[in-house]
Every structure is written in structure tokens, then in C-alpha cells.
Ligand binder design. Structure first.
Ligand code: ADP
Ligand code: MG
Length: 883
């Protein structure tokens, strides 16, 4: 009452917008004669002119009336379809980044052409997103004729297309494709090894057709690219076998901290060896502070010999570029053998290595150490190494589409979900009036006591309507229900067609005929189908298309989609939903009250009732379910948001690596690593407590030589940093130089500076990329499991999402640090001894799986186990925060 009163006094926002847009439409209409007078060749010329004016500082809004008028005239000429005023209104909404709610058959495909054209004038590309390949193709051809007439280019993305064709399609002014193809192209691009291979341009303007179907119904399942893990498990066992009997090197300052066992073999007079840092020779050095372990030269020699003996070393030494992978395995095996202690850091339980939480001592079943360490421990304990299929890349549609500078959508049913569209995508919904008045008769729901009685009534009614010649479209909520109904109709001798969602093109064909005389069509879910039903000859007189809903869906939106198939463009039509107290929605929500009511009214089994109370109860039930589902989707998104920020950082870094100047990226990393290293070892206020030897060990392990600038006493670290950075830069240059003789040998003459540069860049890129991608994949897995783990463990007083954010952030900081550290250490320790240039950046992609299917991704998530945080990073983070 109050609502209606308010409504008549204060115009709604929808009304105000419509009024504004109608004003614009009047301006567009006024330009019509002018456009009609143009010769065909003047259309591309006009496009060029508008582009130029854009370049001269006019903005798109200035050009809108002319651009829209131009498109309308082009469409009239090419397709003999002149945009209705309401289609222009919808077009303006799209241009404004809103959702145009326009009923089925109102011509959304055409409505989107004007804003597409206008925004494509920027040259930055416009993506039209369709729910399936068939529609992308249909629309790109159909609307493509208009754009071509106007002098713009059109591209089409189809499943299974080659990259070259994709790149061309994305380079076009306007591109048509499905949400899946766009999303997967984005992920695939970011797995490529050369920038030239990327197919997409930066995201500019996207118009999502059937937007509720894509952004709401499909939003619960992310896109996932997965593949097998690359390593063979055998290697872990073999390498573990050669780690036996290595001894620890002891440095003088470590002695006071060692226990009696560890002191074994140290010369009693060690204190007298003033100038020697090492008091017991060994095969590996272990720095407890940073928890790093590395082979000494002696140890490296032993390991090399053993590897060679087993034929596990390619030509050259352990630190040669060709052996990077083996070196990595060796390092992990070393950690497993000499750093990680059974029953302290982990336990072995039922044939599995289970992590013990460093801080709480709690077992963390299901979690895994990252970076191959867990496998190395499994090899050490001689249990089965768990091979995992792993995620290579993943994104939710929400986050994919939020990357567009501007996003718009269109559908017949959006208003019910407006809150979600606004909160998540910042898109408001404009309800656009229909071109002609809607005259469909929507009959009230009828309710039966039992499902059986309901179905009998449905079949009887369909039989009657069919006999009258009126076409019927029957909606069910599951394939099972469709089949059941089909059986019943068959036994009544009613001819009909059942739609299954698998073959879009064939389906479009069936739907196209669903409006013809005496047809009966059964369909499961009409949302997002994108084909409208035109009435056959003589059907108008029979009352148009009759819609039968056999059950109420959880979401009103889906019911509205079904209804909306009838009554298009002022057609006659009718609709009715049939319900029973045994339907899920009724059973779960308020069924009992209604049941009592029906008993009181003495309703017979085959008797139906309609009642406003019941209709209202159903609507309320639907609202509750919708709100609940929104919560779930928000939840998914909250989690993916954490990943999203990380993905952006990683993908940006990746583009840097692929670009020119990758050597600069590497040098920068080296400087950061050095700074961190220095900070960690001198974090105490008291210089006495600085761990200088630890620093030197780590410096050596990272850069391959000792720091020249030795430092005793209390020289402030800031003063030391610059000379050490200088040393690192020198070493960096030397690495580049070391390629020169090798190239000269390979070429037979000295290489030019440009050639040297080229090879050096290749080398740096190859190295960075393999570490970067490998670590990121690994991190994805850790994050998956972190999420799963957090869902299981109750955190006192903490919201799981907060805990996930906190831990996720920490893990990500560690990931970035780890990428830098690994890259730098590998780079400085790699040697070029071979006669050949390092391999160009080219790696084979393993066999990948693309899934956007909920079940698949759930399975993938289950199959994988948590990998957790390597220790050094955690330590470092702690130190930073603690100090
Ligand atoms: P929607 O996507 O809104 O359900 P479509 O874009 O599929 O509708 O268009 C429905 C039908 O209406 C198509 O057959 C199309 O040719 C027709 N149509 C759309 N706009 C116009 C117009 N301005 N003039 C004539 N026919 C039109
Ligand atoms: Mg459509």
C-alpha cells in the first residue's frame, strides 16, 4: 500500500533513467533523415570521421546520437531491421555499463549493435559474450553484416580454433565468442612462452548476453586448466638413495650451539685456529637461522660422482645449466635427509608422510610440503609417492569479467538478481519496456496434494491444448522429469519433442519450430538458450504459445525465463505452473501449513486449488532460496578474490619476464635477495648478535662466491649494502661474459654484442619462466588445500575466510620471495661449459584438461593434497614481523 503510494508520487530510478534515455532516443530519431540520405560508401567514411573526432578529444557520449543513428540505418539497409526505440534504450543502458532487462524476442542481439559500434570506435576492441558457440556464430554473421557495412571488422571465436585464427579474431573491432572460450584464452595466454603467442588484447568493453545465466548460474564453478604432474616419481627414490653418509660442515660460531653428538670429529683445539671459519670439513652446510641447507664443494663432488655412476647426470657438472632439474631434486633430497626430522617435523602414518605443525605440534593430514619436498620425504621413508593431477591455472567467471574496463549485460530476467549484479559487478539493472504491450495471460499456480495427481492433470491439460491446435512448451526442472513426462505423453498418444541441452544447433532448430500448430515441446531449463519462439501460421488465432510449468524452480528468474518464451512482441500467449505438495520447494518451505489448509478445505486428491496465500508462500520460499544461493556465490567469490590479486601480480610479472629487459628483472631480483639476506642476518639491535657467518654462507650458496666485502665489528649494514650490490652486479656481468667464449666456439667467430644480448636474454627468460611457472602451479595447489583445510578446521573466534586471507597472503609473500631466491641462486650457480648455446625458450605444454564443470573441478580439488609452506620463508616472515 505504502509502496504503491510512494510509487505514484516519486518516480523510481528506473523511470528516471528511462526518461533520460528517451531524451537521447529523440535526438537519435532526429538524425534519421540525415543518415538515410547517406550513400553506402559514406558509412565507412562516417566511421572514420567519428574515430577522428574521438581522437580530437570528443568523448563517446558526445558521439552517441550520431553513432546510434548510423547503426540503425545500416541495419535497416543490410538486414531490413530498424532498431525499435526500446532497442535503442537498451543499447544506451549497455553503453552505460548496465544490464538491459529486455524480454525474450525483444531483439537484444540487435540492441547490442549500437553500443558495440560506438565503443569499438576507440579501437580497443569489444567482446560480445554468448552462452554457446552456435549463438556466437549466428550473431557474428547476422550482426557482422551491419558492422562490415559501417567499415568495422568482426571476429568470431569458436571452440577448437587454432591460435592464429583466435588472434585475428581478437584483433577485430568486435569479437563474438562464449564465456568459456574467453576465459580459457585468458588462462592459456598466461601459460605461453612468448608474448607474440598471446591471442588476447587488454580487456576493454564486454557485453554479456543472457547475463544472468553466465554470471549467476555458471558463477559457482570456476574455469580450471589441469594436467598431470611433470616429475616421474622414480627419480625421487633414486636420488634419495645417493644421499647417504654425508656429513655436516661445522663453522666456528656454530660450535657452542651443538650437542655432544654433533660435536663428534671436531678438533679439540678448534678455538686456536684463529683464521679458519670452518672447524670441521663436511659435505653440506646447514644454517639454522635461515634454515637453509646446501652442498659444500666437497659434497657436490661426491653427489656428482654418485649421480654419474648411475647415469643420472647429463654432460657437465651438477651446476651446469642442463642439470638444473637434477640439482633441484638433489637439494630437496638433501633437505629431506638431513634437515627434516621424522617425528619432529613430520610423522609417518599409515604409509603417508604427515606434516607436524611447527607452532602447534598438531598433525596436519592431507597437507603437503611444496616444491617436491614432500615427495622427497616420501622417498626417504620409502612410502608411496603420491602423484597428483595439478591445477595449472584457474579463474572464476566473476573475476574474469571484472577485468573489463566496462562490462554490460542483457537478458530477459535480471531484476530479481539486481542486488547481486550491483554488489559483485557494479552493474545496475534497467527494465526496458517491451516494444508492444504484453498480452500474455499468466494464470495463477494450481496446487495438488500429490505429485502423481499433478502429473495426471498436466498430461490431461496438454492433451486438451494439443487437440485444440495450440502449441505447448512444457518446462521441467530435471532431465529425469522430462523423460517421465515424455513417457506419459507417449502412452496418451500425444506427439512431442524432448530437448536435451547437448546440441545447441539442433536445439535451436527444435525451438524454432516450437511455436507451430499442435507442437508439444518439453525442455528442462530455458534460461540462457538465446533462441526465441516465433508463432506459426494460424497459431495467433488459437491463443499463441501455451507455457506449462510442471514445477516451480528454486529461482523465480528461471520460471520467468520459461514464461517469457510466450507473448513475445505483443503475441498472444498463456502460461500456468502446476505444483504439488510433494515438490521439493513445497516440502521444504511451508508445505505443512498449506497441507493443513488443503485438508481443512477438504480438497480431493485430483482436485486442484489456487490460493493467494499459497502463491505468496511460494514466492517467499523462492526469495529465501535465492538469498541463500547468493550467499554461496559470494562465498566462492570472497575466496577467489584472494587468489585474484595474486593471479594479477603473477601474470604481470610473467609478462615482464617475457618482454625485453628480462635481464633487468633478474638483476632486480638479485638485489632484492641480497637486501633481504642482509636484513635477516643483522636484524638484532646488538651487532654482537649479528650472524655474519650465516650471512656469508648464504651469500656463497646464492651467488656462487664469497662476499668480497668482509665485515667484522659493527659496520652498519646499510654501508655494506652498496659495495655488495656492486659485487653482485659484477658477477651478473661476468655471467653474461661467460657466454661469449662458448658462443664463439659454437659459431666459429666472436659473437656480436647484439647476439650475445639475445642469447643472454633467452637464457634468463628460460630460467625465470620455468621457476616462476613451476612455483605458481605449486602455490595454486597449496591455496586449494589451504581452503579445504580451513573449511575443516574450526578456528576459534575467527572467520574461516579471514584465516584464509591471512594465511594466503603469507604464502603469497613467501612465493614471491621463493621465486626470486630460487631464480637468483640458479642463475648465479649455473655454468656454461657445453659447446652449445642454451636452449631457446621453448617448452612443451603437457596434455591439458579444460574444465568448467562443477563436478570435474570438485574432483580435481579432492584429488590434490595440500602442500604447505617451506620453512625458510615462514621463518623470514616471522622475523620481519617479530623484529
Ligand atoms: P532476444 O535475444 O531478445 O530474445 P533476438 O535478438 O533473438 O531476441 O531477436 C528475436 C527476433 O526478433 C529475431 O528473429 C530478430 O530478427 C527479430 N528482430 C529483432 N529486432 C528487430 C527489429 N528491430 N525489427 C524487426 N525484427 C527484429
Ligand atoms: Mg538473445
Amino acid at each position: 500500500m505504502l509502496k504503491t503510494l510512494l510509487h505514484t508520487v516519486v518516480p523510481s530510478r528506473n523511470d528516471r533513467l528511462l526518461k533520460e534515455y528517451r531524451g537521447l532516443v529523440a535526438r537519435i530519431n532526429a538524425l534519421e533523415p540525415q543518415m538515410q540520405a547517406l550513400a553506402p560508401t559514406q558509412f565507412p567514411a562516417k566511421t572514420a570521421e567519428l574515430k577522428q573526432r574521438l581522437g580530437n578529444g570528443e568523448i563517446l557520449d558526445d558521439l552517441l546520437p550520431e553513432a546510434f543513428a548510423l547503426v540503425r540505418e545500416a541495419s535497416r539497409r543490410v538486414n531490413n531491421e530498424r532498431h525499435f526505440d526500446v532497442q535503442l534504450i537498451g543499447g544506451i543502458a549497455l553503453h552505460r555499463g548496465q544490464i538491459a532487462e529486455m524480454k525474450t524476442g525483444e531483439g537484444k542481439t540487435l540492441a547490442s549493435t549500437a553500443p558495440s559500434y560506438l565503443n569499438a570506435l576507440t579501437g580497443k576492441g569489444v567482446h560480445i559474450v554468448t552462452p554457446n558457440d552456435y549463438l556466437a556464430k549466428r550473431d557474428s554473421v547476422w550482426m557482422g553484416a551491419i558492422y562490415t557495412y559501417l567499415g568495422l571488422t568482426v571476429g568470431l571465436i569458436q571452440h577448437g580454433m587454432e591460435d592464429d585464427a583466435r588472434r585475428t579474431a581478437y584483433a577485430a573491432d568486435i569479437t563474438y565468442g562464449t564465456n568459456n572460450e574467453y576465459g580459457f584464452d585468458y588462462l592459456r595466454d598466461n601459460m605461453k612462452f612468448r608474448l607474440e603467442d598471446y591471442v588476447q588484447r587488454p580487456f576493454h568493453f564486454g557485453i554479456v548476453d543472457e547475463v544472468d545465466s553466465i554470471l549467476i548460474d555458471e558463477a559457482r564453478t570456476p574455469l580450471i586448466i589441469s594436467g598431470p604432474t611433470e616429475e616421474s616419481t622414480d627419480k625421487y627414490y633414486q636420488i634419495h638413495k645417493i644421499m647417504h653418509g654425508l656429513s655436516r660442515e661445522v663453522r666456528r660460531e656454530e660450535v657452542p650451539k651443538l650437542n655432544a653428538d654433533q660435536l663428534h670429529g671436531i678438533d679439540e683445539k678448534w678455538e686456536q685456529y684463529e683464521d679458519s671459519a670452518v672447524v670441521r670439513e663436511g659435505d653440506y652446510a646447514f644454517d639454522e637461522k635461515s634454515r637453509t641447507i646446501s652442498l659444500t664443494e666437497r659434497g657436490a663432488q661426491i653427489v656428482e660422482e654418485r649421480l654419474r655412476g648411475k647415469g643420472m647426470l647429463a654432460q657437465g657438472g651438477l651446476f651446469d645449466f642442463e642439470n638444473i632439474e637434477t640439482l633441484h631434486h638433489v637439494n630437496q633430497a638433501l633437505k629431506a635427509a638431513y634437515q627434516f626430522r621424522r617425528d619432529v617435523d613430520y610423522v609417518v602414518k599409515e604409509g603417508k608422510v604427515v606434516i607436524v605443525d611447527e607452532f602447534t605440534g598438531r598433525l596436519m593430514p592431507g597437507r603437503r610440503f611444496s616444491d617436491g619436498l614432500h615427495q622427497a620425504l616420501e622417498a626417504k621413508e620409502d612410502v608411496k609417492i603420491e602423484r597428483e593431477s595439478q591445477t595449472y591455472a584457474t579463474i572464476t567467471f566473476q573475476n574474469y569479467f571484472r577485468m573489463y574496463q566496462k562490462l554490460a549485460g542483457m537478458t530477459g530476467t535480471a531484476k530479481t538478481e539486481e542486488e547481486e549484479f550491483i554488489k559483485i559487478y557494479g552493474m545496475e539493472v534497467l527494465v526496458v519496456p517491451t516494444n508492444r504491450d504484453m498480452i500474455r495471460a499468466d494464470h495463477p499456480d494450481v496446487i495438488y496434494k500429490t505429485k502423481e495427481a499433478k502429473l495426471r492433470a498436466v498430461v490431461a491439460d496438454i492433451t486438451d491444448i494439443h487437440a485444440s491446435g495450440q502449441p505447448v512448451l512444457v518446462g521441467t526442472i530435471s532431465i529425469e522429469a522430462s523423460e517421465d513426462l515424455s513417457r506419459r505423453l507417449r502412452s496418451e498418444g500425444v506427439p512431442h519433442t524432448v530437448l536435451n541441452a547437448k546440441y545447441h544447433e539442433q536445439e535451436a532448430e527444435i525451438i524454432a519450430h516450437a511455436g507451430e500448430r499442435s507442437t508439444v515441446t518439453i525442455a528442462t531449463n530455458m534460461a540462457g538458450r538465446g533462441t526465441d519462439i516465433k508463432l506459426g501460421p494460424g497459431v495467433r488465432e488459437e491463443g499463441g504459445l501455451f507455457i506449462v510449468g510442471t514445477e516451480r524452480h528454486e529461482a523465480r528468474r528461471i520460471d520467468n525465463q520459461l514464461r517469457g518464451r510466450s507473448g513475445r512482441q505483443g503475441d498472444p500467449g498463456a502460461s500456468r505452473f502446476y505444483l504439488s505438495l510433494e515438490d521439493d520447494l513445497m516440502r521444504i518451505f511451508g508445505g505443512e501449513r498449506i497441507a493443513n489448509l488443503m485438508t481443512r478445505l477438504k480438497v480431493e486428491e485430483d482436485e486442484a486449488i489456487t490460493h493467494v496465500l499459497i502463491s505468496r508462500a511460494i514466492e517467499n520460499a523462492q526469495k529465501r532460496v535465492e538469498a541463500h544461493n547468493f550467499e554461496i556465490r559470494k562465498h566462492v567469490l570472497e575466496y577467489d578474490d584472494v587468489m585474484n590479486k595474486q593471479r594479477e601480480v603473477i601474470y604481470t610479472q610473467r609478462r615482464e619476464i617475457l618482454g625485453q629487459g628480462v635481464d633487468a628483472v633478474l638483476l632486480e631480483m638479485a638485489e632484492e635477495v641480497l637486501e633481504d639476506m642482509l636484513a635477516v642476518h643483522t636484524d638484532s639491535k646488538n651487532p654482537e648478535e649479528w650472524d655474519l657467518e650465516g650471512f656469508h654462507t648464504q651469500f656463497h650458496a646464492t651467488f656462487g662466491e664469497r662476499a668480497k666485502r668482509d665485515w667484522h665489528g659493527g659496520t652498519p649494514p646499510q654501508e655494506l649494502l652498496e659495495p655488495m650490490l656492486e659485487q653482485v652486479r659484477e658477477l651478473f656481468k661476468a655471467k653474461r661474459e661467460s657466454l661469449r667464449p662458448m658462443m664463439a666456439r659454437a659459431k666459429g667467430e666472436p659473437p656480436s654484442e647484439a647476439e650475445l644480448d639475445d642469447i643472454f636474454q633467452h637464457f634468463a627468460r628460460h630460467l625465470l619462466l620455468s621457476i616462476h611457472d613451476g612455483q605458481w602451479k605449486d602455490h595454486l595447489l597449496s591455496m586449494d588445500h589451504l581452503r579445504e583445510g580451513i573449511g575443516l578446521v574450526g578456528y576459534a573466534q575467527k572467520k574461516p575466510i579471514d584465516e584464509y586471507k591471512r594465511a594466503g597472503f603469507e604464502m603469497f609473500a613467501e612465493l614471491l620471495a621463493r621465486i626470486a631466491r630460487e631464480s637468483v641462486a640458479t642463475f648465479f650457480r649455473a655454468q656454461f661449459s657445453g659447446a652449445e648455446a642454451p636452449p631457446p625458450v621453448e617448452r612443451k605444454q603437457p596434455k591439458l584438461q579444460f574444465s568448467s564443470d562443477g563436478e570435474e573441478s570438485a574432483k580435481a580439488a579432492k584429488a590434490a593434497k595440500v602442500r604447505s609452506i617451506p620453512n625458510w620463508g615462514r621463518k623470514r616472515e616471522k622475523k620481519r614481523k617479530g623484529a
